[in-house]
Write a protein that binds this ligand. Structure first.
Ligand SMILES: Nc1ncnc2c1ncn2[C@@H]1O[C@H](COP(=O)(O)OP(=O)(O)OP(=O)(O)O)[C@@H](O)[C@H]1O
Ligand SMILES: O=P(O)(O)OC[C@H]1O[C@H](OP(=O)(O)OP(=O)(O)O)[C@H](O)[C@@H]1O
Ligand SMILES: O=C(O)c1cccnc1
Ligand SMILES: [Mg+2]
Length: 566
C-alpha cells in the first residue's frame, strides 16, 4: 500500500477520533517549544563567546559542521529530523534584557561590561545555515547542517542545534525501523506520552514518530499542534469500573438510520447466549461487568466501537463479550471496529480472535466481521514485531509506547558540532580514535545514484571542486583508509545541501509534517534493502573526493606533533 493510501485508510479508521487541524498552520508561526531560545545552551558557549570577544575573534568568519559518527540501533541509516526547529531558532535568536541580566549574575564580577552590550546586539542575521532536507535518510560523517558566520554566534548555536536534531532524528529513525519491521500495511500508533522523557519528550516523540512513518498518536496536544491524526481505544480502568448490567441506566440505542430505538442491553444479552455455541464458550463464565463496559462504550461510540478484551480472560470472556456487542450493533446497522489485546501471547491470541471472527462472519453472513481490526499493545519493540512476523499473526495495528519514545535500545544519537574552518583556513580536530578526526574545511555533499535509482554513495568534496556529473566516472575514497576506494559512474547526482537561512531570512519554504513524512518514506525507499535489514546490515559508503582525501591527510600530518622515543 502506498504512503498515500495508508494515510487514507487510517483517516477512515474507527480508532480515529478526531482529525487534527491542517498541518503547518501552527508550526509556521513560532517555535513549537517556548523554551527553545538563546539561553538554552551550555555555560561554556557563553564563556567562550566572552573569550572570543575579549580576544577580538568574535567576528572571524567560521564554519561548523553538525554530524553524527555512528548510526543508531545497530543500523546503517538515520532519518534526519529537527531542521525546521533549527531554522526557527535562528529566526528568534537573541539575548533579552533579562537574559543579559541573568548572565551578568553568572559570569565573574570582573567580566568586561562591554561584553553585555555586545550580547544585546547579537542575532543570527549574519549566519548562513545550509542543510540536507529534513526527512532525508543520512549517514555518519556527512554534515547534516553547516553553519557559517561570525565565530562567536556560530559557537553559541552549538548546543541548541544539537539538542533540536539529536532526539528528533533518533526517534524518527526508531519509528522508521518499526515501520520497516511492521511492513507498509499495518497501522502504527504512537502511545508513548505517559512514558516519554517529560512533556517536550512526549510532544517531540509524537511529531517525529509521525515523520518516521507512524500513522497517528494518542497525544492530543500533538494532534492540535502538528496536525497528527489522534487515535485511541480505552483502558482497563473503563472495563473494571463496571460490575453489572444493572449499572446501565439507559438501555436504549437508536438504529444507524435514526428510525428506531432498540433495547440494546437485551439484544446484547441475547447474542451473549446465542454465540456461546458458535464460539464455543460457557455463558456463565463471562464477566458481566465487562459486558456492561463494552455495551456502554458501544452506546457512546456506536460508529467506531473497539474494545480492550484482555482485562479478565480473552478467550472465556473478552472475545465473547465483544462479539455479542458487535452483533447487536450490527443488527442496528452499525459497523463495529475491532479489539485490542494488551497482554498474553499476541501471536496466538490474534490468530485465535481472527479465527472466531471468521466463524461469526460465516455463521451470520457478515464478511466484514473477519476483517475487523486487531490492535496489539504491551511493551512492543522492534524485535517483538520481527518475532511476531516469524510466528504468524493477524494483528492489523500496533500501539507502541515505551520502546518507541524512550528509544530504549539506544537513548542518544550523538550528533556533534565541529569547527572545520576559520578565516577561510581549514581546521582539523585530531583524536586517538581515527573515526573522531574531523573532516576539515567547508564541503559540498553529493549523493550518487545507480541505474536502478538506489543511492550508491555519499561524496564529500571541497567547495572549490567541480561537482560530480551524471555518467562521468568519479573516484570515491574512504576518508581514512588509503586502500579503500572505488570508481563510481553515477546515473544521477543530487547535491544534498540547500541554504535554509541566510541574511536574516528563511530561504526555502519549510515543508509541512505530512510532506516530511512522505520525504522520509521516499528517501528510505531509495536505499538498498541490504542497508536496511535488521541483522548485520551492509554499511552505506560515505566517501571523500581525491582532493579532499589528500587535503585531510596533509593537514593531519601538519597538525600532529612528531613524537620522540628515548
Ligand atoms: N508471540 C509473542 N512473541 C514474542 N513476544 C511476545 C509475543 N506475545 C507477546 N510478546 C511480548 O512479550 C512480553 C510479555 O510481557 P509480560 O509477560 O509482562 O506481559 P503479560 O504477562 O502478557 O501481560 P501483563 O503482565 O500486562 O498481564 C511483551 O513485551 C509482549 O510484547
Ligand atoms: O506498552 P507500551 O509500548 O508502553 O504502550 C503503552 C501502554 O500503555 C497502556 O497501558 P499501561 O502500560 O499504562 O498499563 P498496563 O501495562 O498495566 O496495561 C497500554 O495498555 C499499553 O500497554
Ligand atoms: O488509546 C489507547 O489504547 C492507549 C493510549 C495510550 C496508551 N495506551 C493505550
Ligand atoms: Mg503496559
Amino acid at each position: 500500500m502506498s504512503e498515500e493510501s495508508r494515510s487514507r485508510s487510517t483517516s477512515k479508521s474507527p480508532l480515529f477520533t478526531k482529525e487534527g487541524e491542517p498541518n503547518g498552520c501552527v508550526m509556521a508561526v513560532t517555535n513549537s517549544n517556548g523554551v527553545v531560545q538563546a539561553l538554552l545552551t551550555d555555560l561554556y558557549q557563553i564563556t567562550m563567546a566572552y573569550a572570543y570577544w575579549k580576544s577580538g575573534k568574535m567576528d572571524e568568519p567560521a564554519v561548523f559542521d553538525l554530524y553524527f559518527r555512528k548510526n543508531p540501533f545497530q543500523g546503517e541509516f538515520t532519518i534526519f529530523a529537527g531542521l525546521e526547529e533549527c531554522v526557527k531558532l535562528l529566526q528568534t535568536f537573541h539575548f533579552s534584557e533579562s537574559d543579559v541580566a541573568y548572565l551578568k549574575s553568572v559570569l565573574p564580577a570582573t567580566t568586561d561590561p562591554g561584553f553585555f552590550t555586545y550580547l544585546r546586539t547579537l542575532s543570527a542575521k549574519e549566519i548562513t545555515l545550509s542543510a540536507i532536507p529534513e526527512g532525508d535518510v543520512v549517514f555518519p560523517k556527512v554534515p547534516l547542517i553547516t553553519v557559517t558566520g561570525p565565530l562567536a554566534v556560530a559557537q553559541l548555536l552549538e548546543t541548541p542545534l544539537l539538542n533540536l536534531v539529536n532526539y528528533a532524528s533518533l526517534v524518527a529513525t526508531n519509528a522508521a525501523r518499526f515501520r520497516l519491521a511492521a511492513g507498509p500495511e499495518k497501522i502504527l500508533l504512537e502511545f508513548g506520552l505517559r512514558r516519554a522523557q517529560g512533556p517536550d519528550g512526549g510532544l517531540s516523540a509524537s511529531r517525529y514518530c509521525y515523520l518516521g512513518g507512524f500513522d497517528g498518536s494518542s497525544n492530543v496536544l500533538a494532534g492540535k499542534m502538528f496536525g497528527i491524526p489522534v487515535k485511541g481505544t480505552h483502558a482497563h480502568a473503563y472495563v473494571t469500573s463496571f460490575v453489572s448490567l444493572d449499572e446501565i441506566q439507559d438501555k436504549m440505542l437508536t438504529t444507524v438510520d435514526g428510525q428506531k430505538e432498540v433495547d440494546f442491553v437485551s439484544l446484547c444479552k441475547k447474542y451473549s447466549l446465542e454465540l456461546a455455541e458458535v464460539l464455543d464458550y460457557l455463558p456463565d463464565q463471562i464477566m458481566e461487568g465487562e459486558l456492561a463496559a463494552f455495551l456502554s462504550y458501544a452506546k457512546a461510540f456506536p460508529q467506531s466501537f473497539l474494545a480492550l478484551i484482555d482485562t479478565y480472560d480473552v478467550i472465556k470472556s473478552g472475545l465473547p463479550n465483544f462479539c455479542a456487542v458487535a452483533m447487536a450493533l450490527s443488527d442496528l446497522g452499525y459497523r463495529p471496529q475491532g479489539v485490542r489485546l494488551d497482554s498474553g501471547d499476541l501471536s496466538y491470541l490474534s490468530n485465535y480472535v481472527h479465527s472466531k471472527f471468521c466463524k461469526v462472519a460465516a455463521k451470520y453472513n457478515l464478511p466484514w466481521f473477519e476483517k475487523m481490526t486487531i490492535v496489539a499493545s504491551n511493551d512492543i519493540n522492534e524485535e517483538t514485531i520481527h518475532s511476531l512476523n516469524q510466528q504468524g499473526h493477524t494483528i492489523s495495528c500496533y500501539g507502541i509506547g515505551t520502546h518507541l519514545v524512550t528509544c530504549q535500545k539506544q537513548p542518544a544519537l550523538g550528533c556533534v558540532f565541529k569547527l572545520v574552518e576559520v578565516n577561510g583556513k581549514a581546521r582539523i580536530k585530531l583524536s586517538e580514535d581515527v573515526e573522531k578526526v574531523t573532516v576539515p574545511g567547508k564541503k559540498n555533499v553529493f549523493r550518487l545514484y545507480g541505474t536502478d535509482g538506489t543511492a550508491l554513495v555519499d561524496l564529500l568534496q571541497q567547495v572549490s571542486e567541480p561537482p560530480p556529473k551524471k555518467g562521468q566516472r568519479v573516484l570515491c575514497r574512504h576518508p581514512i583508509q588509503e586502500s579503500k576506494r572505488a570508481y563510481v559512474i553515477p546515473a544521477e547526482v543530487k547535491c544534498l545541501h540547500e541554504v535554509y537561512w541566510e541574511k536574516g531570512e528563511v530561504r526555502k519554504p519549510l515543508p509541512t509534517l505530512t510532506e516530511l513524512r512522505a520525504k522520509a518514506s521516499e528517501s528510505l525507499a531509495a536505499l538498498r534493502q541490504d542497508h536496511k535489514r535488521t541483522l548485520n546490515p551492509t554499511p552505506y559508503k560515505v566517501s571523500v573526493s581525491s582532493a579532499l582525501y589528500t587535503f585531510i591527510h596533509e593537514l593531519w600530518l601538519e597538525s600532529a606533533p612528531i613524537g620522540e622515543l628515548s
